[in-house]
Write a protein that binds this ligand. Sequence first.
Ligand code: CP
Length: 315
Amino acid sequence: MKLFTSVNDVSDVQQLVAEALQLKQNPFAHKHLGENKTLCLVFLNPSLRTRISTQKAGQNLGMNVIVLNIDKEGWALELQDGVIMNGTTVEHIREAAGVMGEYSDIIGVRSFPGLKNREEDYSEMIFNKFVEFCKVPVVSLESATRHPLQSLADLVTIEELKTNDRPKVVLTWAPHIKPLPQAVPNSFAEWMCKGDVDFVIAQPAGYELSKEFTNGATITHNQDEAIKDADFIYVKNWSAYEPYGKILPGNEDWMLTLDKLKEAPTAKVMHCLPVRRDLELSSEILDSDRSVVIHEAGNRVWAAQAVLKQMLEAL
Ligand code: CP
């Protein structure tokens, strides 16, 4: 594997999930694979889980790992081509990414969308420039439209905890006070559509995701109906795709509560984290045995390690 930005970069999804679970059983089995290899994790935005889990994954494989919070610690980056750099930006992404490629065998990049210009965000302009100019394999640590390491960890979690061959998985929209990207739900949807699950998306009218990611999903505006008999309920807020990046009025009653889970007596509740308690998801669920959010976050290590292992094998 030379690039990991979406499920489409994976030749065999089930095999990658199985590999992640094998690594969980034996984290140091391939500790010589990354010897004398450098992983550089570049963050243009904040992170807790992605940063630590990917760092740990690289270290488990014997890699040297460098983390750069480029938004705070690097020179102010110019992302546009064709501009005279006589303003606040100091270094162009062409040189910055090229130089980082000189120091690294694999680069990870996190770059959130601006949520102002849909065309620009959905073209993955920043992420693709890193890929183009660094000239080494790149793993997405969450881009403008996708969060594939999260989705792989989610699929690993479902595979581990499922109690029947084809679980019902529901992605349900949740309220929030800020407009959030569509990257996590987009990515979760496209991975679930490739998984062996019955996949339902429940959302208020107006929060339809781009069809590019939801082909094969059942989409409903009725949360109660969607939740009924679910095996896994994935809670996540996202802003509207149209009008782009906006929060639509109302829908506060979409927060998941224990009462709503009565019709799904064995459902496990997932969330990628960070989560705003009692806004997006009730603390009564988060503090109950229905929640698997910590277990899910733990699996981020094995998802990242499986991807890095395949990348190291292809160097
Ligand atoms: N879920 C996730 O990506 O968490 P961080 O933003 O903390 O990395």
